[in-house]
Ligand binder design. Structure first.
Ligand SMILES: NC(=O)C1=CN([C@@H]2O[C@H](COP(=O)(O)OP(=O)(O)OC[C@H]3O[C@@H](n4cnc5c(N)ncnc54)[C@H](O)[C@@H]3O)[C@@H](O)[C@H]2O)C=CC1
Ligand SMILES: O=C(O)[C@H]1O[C@H](OP(=O)(O)OP(=O)(O)OC[C@H]2O[C@@H](n3ccc(=O)[nH]c3=O)[C@H](O)[C@@H]2O)[C@H](O)[C@@H](O)[C@@H]1O
Length: 438
C-alpha cells in the first residue's frame, strides 16, 4: 500500500520505517527541513536502537522516502498517518493541538477523496470526532503504545493494535496495513473514536500511577526504615500486581507520561469527571526529584554550594537520548542553581543536554565525571553504569559518596569498596540509622 507518515519525530520516523519493513511504500513528511535532510541521508536525528539500520535499508530499497512537501505526500498516499507532537499547552495542563490540527488540515487539502487520515498522536478524547466533522476525508484513530528504546520491536511486534473507526471500510483498510502484524497473532481491538482515544491515555495514566504508587511506598520505607526494593519484589510475585513498572527511584519523565497525565486530568475536568488522583500521581513523582536534591544537600553537610557533584545520566531513561522532562537533568539543574559545580555524563544524551542546559558541566566519560567529585548521583540506569568498578571509582573521587536514584546499583558491592551508599526508598547504612528505643 502507499502510506504517508506526517511528522517524523520519535514516533513518526519509527512508524515510517516499520511500515516500509512490513512491505509498504512510505513517504515521511516533516515541516523541519533539517530532520528531513538527515533522514534522507539515512541518519536518525535521535538515538533509537535498530532504527538507523531500518531507515537505511528501506531508503536503499526505495520503499521509504522523505519530503517536506505535504502536497506531494497528499497526492501519494492511500492512508495518511498523523504522528505530530501534542505537547503540554503553555497556559494550562491541557494538550496543545495546534500541530495536530495543522497537520490534518494540510494533508486533507491534498489527499484523494477516498483516502483515510489516521491519527496516531496522543490526543484528548473528542479530538477525532471534531476533526472528522471538519475535514472532507474519512478519519480513524490508531493510538501508539511504543516505548522509546524499544520502538522498532514495539511497532513490529506490539502487545495489541487499537483502532477507532467509523466504518467497515476504514477497518478493512487498517487491517490491510497491519496484515503481517495481525497474522503474527497480535490482538486487534476495534472501537469507536472516544474509546480508542481513551485507551491510550488510560494506559499511560495506569503506568504512571504504578510508578508513583511504588514511589509513594518508597517514601513510606524511608520514613519507617523499610526497603522498597524488597517490597516491590514481594508484591510483584502476585500475578495480579505483576513485577513490571515497580522500579522505585527518581520517577518518570520523558515526552509522554508527565504531559499525558496532566492532559488527561484536564480533559476529564472539562467533561465533569474528576481524575484528581492523577494530580497526586504527578505530585508524588515530582517529590522524588525534591528528595534527591535534599539528600544531596544532606550529604554535602547542609548545602551544596561549591560541592563538586557528578551526575550519571541525562536521558529520561536508558537507551534513549531524549531529555524531555528528564528527572536527571531537573535535579542537576537545581543543584547547579544552588551553587554546586555539577558535571553530567550520559552515553547518548550529552548533545541534547548541552543545548537545553548550557550552564551545566559535561564530561565525555563516567570516569571524567567522577574525577574529584564530592558526591555522585546515579539518575539514569544505563547498563554501563552498573559495570563501573566501585574500587576504581573510589580512587577517582574526592569523597566516596553515592546516591542511587534508580535502585539499579549493587549497594553491597559499593559499600564493600568503601563507599557511603544511599538509595531512594532503602535503609541508610547501619551506622546512619537513628537508634531505636532510646
Ligand atoms: N515518543 C514516543 O515514544 C511516543 C509518542 N507518542 C505520541 O506521538 C506524538 C508525537 O510524539 P513524538 O514523536 O515524541 O514527537 P516529536 O516532537 O519527536 O515529533 C513530532 C514531529 O512532528 C513534526 N511536525 C509538526 N507539525 C507538523 C506538520 N504540520 N506537518 C509535518 N510534520 C510536523 C515536528 O517537526 C516533529 O518532527 C505525541 O502525541 C506523543 O504523545 C505516542 C507513543 C509513543
Ligand atoms: O505514550 C508514550 O509516549 C509512551 O510512554 C511510555 O513510554 P516511554 O516514555 O518511552 O518510557 P517508559 O519505559 O514508559 O518510561 C517512562 C519513565 O518512567 C520511568 N520508570 C519506568 C518504569 C519504572 O518501573 N519506574 C520508572 O521510574 C522511566 O525511567 C522513564 O523516565 C509508555 O511506556 C509507552 O507505552 C507509551 O507509548
Amino acid at each position: 500500500m502507499r502510506l504517508t507518515v506526517i511528522g517524523t519525530g520519535y514516533l513518526g520516523a519509527t512508524h515510517a520505517a516499520c511500515m516500509a519493513e512490513l512491505g509498504h511504500e512510505v513517504v515521511g513528511v516533516d515541516v523541519d527541513p533539517d530532520k528531513i535532510a538527515a533522514l534522507r541521508a539515512g541518519q536518525v536525528p535521535f538515538h533509537e536502537p535498530g532504527l538507523p539500520e531500518l531507515i537505511r535499508k528501506h531508503t536503499a530499497t526505495g520503499r521509504l522516502r522523505f519530503t517536506t512537501d505535504h502536497t506531494e505526500a497528499g497526492a501519494f498516499g492511500e492512508v495518511h498517518f498523523v504522528c505530530v507532537g501534542t505537547p503540554q499547552r503553555k497556559d494550562s495542563e491541557g494538550a496543545d493541538l495546534t500541530y495536530v490540527d495543522a497537520a490534518f488540515a494540510a494533508i486533507a487539502e491534498h489527499a484523494a477523496e477516498d483516502s483515510l487520515l489516521v491519527g496516531k498522536s496522543t490526543v484528548p478524547v473528542g479530538t477525532a470526532e471534531r476533526l472528522a466533522g471538519t475535514l472532507g476525508v474519512e478519519v480513524a484513530w490508531n493510538p501508539e503504545f511504543l516505548r522509546e528504546g524499544f520502538a522498532v520491536e514495539d511497532t513490529l511486534r506490539p502487545d495489541r493494535l487499537v483502532i477507532g473507526v467509523r466504518s467497515a471500510h476504514a477497518e478493512t483498510i487498517l487491517r490491510k496495513v497491519y496484515e503481517p502484524v495481525l497474522e503474527a497473532g497480535t490482538p486487534l481491538v476495534t472501537a469507536d473514536f472516544p474509546t480508542a482515544e481513551l485507551v491510550k491515555t488510560a494506559a499511560n495514566a495506569f503506568l504512571a500511577t504504578k510508578i508513583s504508587f511504588i514511589n509513594a511506598m518508597a517514601e513510606l520505607c524511608e520514613a519507617a526504615g523499610g526497603d522498597v526494593g524488597v517490597l516491590a519484589q514481594a508484591i510483584g510475585h502476585d500475578d495480579r500486581i505483576g513485577k513490571k513498572f515497580l522500579r522505585a527511584g527518581v520517577g518518570f519523565g520523558g515526552g509522554c507520561l508527565p504531559k499525558d497525565i496532566r492532559a488527561f486530568a484536564h480533559r476529564a475536568d472539562e467533561l465533569g469527571v474528576s481524575l484528581a488522583f492523577l494530580r497526586e500521581v504527578d505530585a508524588i513523582n515530582m517529590r522524588r526529584r525534591d528528595k534527591v536534591v535534599e539528600l544531596a544537600r544532606e550529604l554535602c553537610g547542609g548545602a551544596v554550594l561549591g560541592a563538586r557533584i557528578a551526575v550519571l545520566g541525562a536521558a529520561f531513561k536508558p537507551d534513549s537520548d531524549d531529555i524531555r522532562d528528564s528527572p536527571a537533568l531537573n535535579v542537576a539543574a537545581r543543584l547547579r542553581l544552588d551553587g554546586a559545580d555539577v558535571t553530567v555524563y550520559d552515553p547518548e544524551a550529552l548533545d541534547n543536554a548541552r543545548k537545553a542546559f548550557p550552564l551545566l558541566g559535561y564530561a565525555l566519560s563516567a570516569e571524567e565525571a567522577l574525577r574529584g567529585a564530592d558526591l555522585v548521583l546515579h539518575l539514569t540506569e544505563w547498563p554501563q553504569f552498573r559495570e563501573i568498578d566501585p574500587e576504581r571509582a573510589a580512587s577517582l573521587v574526592a569523597r566516596p559518596l553515592i546516591v542511587d536514584g534508580r535502585g539499579a546499583l549493587d549497594g553491597d558491592r559499593w559499600s564493600a569498596a568503601g563507599w557511603h551508599f544511599r538509595a531512594l526508598g532503602r535503609p541508610a547504612p547501619v551506622e546512619e540509622r537513628p537508634l531505636q528505643g532510646l
